[in-house]
Design a protein around this ligand. Sequence first.
Ligand code: ZN
Length: 432
Amino acid sequence: MIWNETAECMDAEQRREMQSRRLRDTVARVYQNVEFYRKKMQELGIEPGDVKTIEDIVKLPFTTKKDLRENYPFGLCAAPESQFVRIHASSGTTGKPTAVPYTRKDLDNFSECVARAICCTGGTNKDVIQIAYGYGLFTGGLGLHDGATKLGAGVIPSSGGNTRNQLTLMKDFKSTILACTPSYAMFLAESLQEAGIRKEELSLKIGIFGAEPWSNEMRKKIQEGLGLTAYDIYGLSEIMGPGVAASCAVQDGLHVAEDHFYPEILNPDTLEPVADGTVGELVFTHLTKEAMPLLRYRTRDLSSIEHGSCACGRTTAKMGRILGRSDDMLIIRGVNVFPSQVESVLLEVAEVSPNYVIIVDRQGTMDTIEVKVELDERYVPDDLGDLERIKETIKHKLNSVLRIGVRVTLAEHKTIERSEGKAKRVVDRRHI
Ligand SMILES: [Zn+2]
């Protein structure tokens, strides 16, 4: 089912005209109401009249997370505070927090986009959706909640954590859709046995997972563990929250709600646009946001974009799955290393589980990288030689993917800390 055929199956030229009109309105509004953008545009020597079509977007200034922090809380807002009906915020782990206000219309668009996203994965108003994303300042919980309510699905607002209870509710209330982070889905799958529940007793059909990068191999493990089909949902609070994009039944990319957010993929070094299918940094411009419209917001997420129609019937641009973050990228002995590359390798090795941590250190002037991974609970080694053989296999595979030497250590099952939100995969001791 397609939630909004007019918006999602629009012809390319019609969409381009709509995007151009909405971009012109947004630029005019921020130029008039947001000093930050007025100054930036003046520095670049452009005026709102210079932006006529969506292609003129390349003339506009960028916005970064740093700009949001420096203008905390409401310095980038284009609407009066009296029109805010909700404010989400990110935690301030690396400095000041960032605030993201919404007007009534912004929240309506939010739930519209989430309803589209749930339908995109195959959900309908007959489904029972268990929302195990955190409720609160984080947009995951409330975002999915409002969208599922708009769709008319049954909502179980279980929020994150309390895993045993979560599984009991899942069985008793016959949840058909699970929405959470992929690492928590993995943890729920692992905890089934302990809770004395068999996956056959669950009614799950669809998993809507997002908020952190994950590999295809992890997807397979989650699908097998919980007996569902897993789909990606993408979003970020600065742009809206979940529902900016979601994967469809074709499972070849995530449809972007392009009538609300214009996506670009840029070379992260030169900030020039790259061709369709090429990996680069994902950048979004708001086309309808009232409270805090952002121009060319640099997400730091690495992805690619394809235009054209999809076998599902939608014509919206599709972004690839997130491959990592340009700022999560570790530079070890001059080599770029992404945690997602390490995860893909580990998931190919049957004897280990997808629970791992990457420890980066420095000995003298030399960077070292260690990958610590748990053995799979079903695996019983015959002798110590077996463990050595597994380590060598992983080392060899990592070496061919990363092109640097990696130390591998094996840990007992369930000795690496689990996360109920986003998993912490990297410990970088070089700065301590
Ligand atoms: Zn599709």
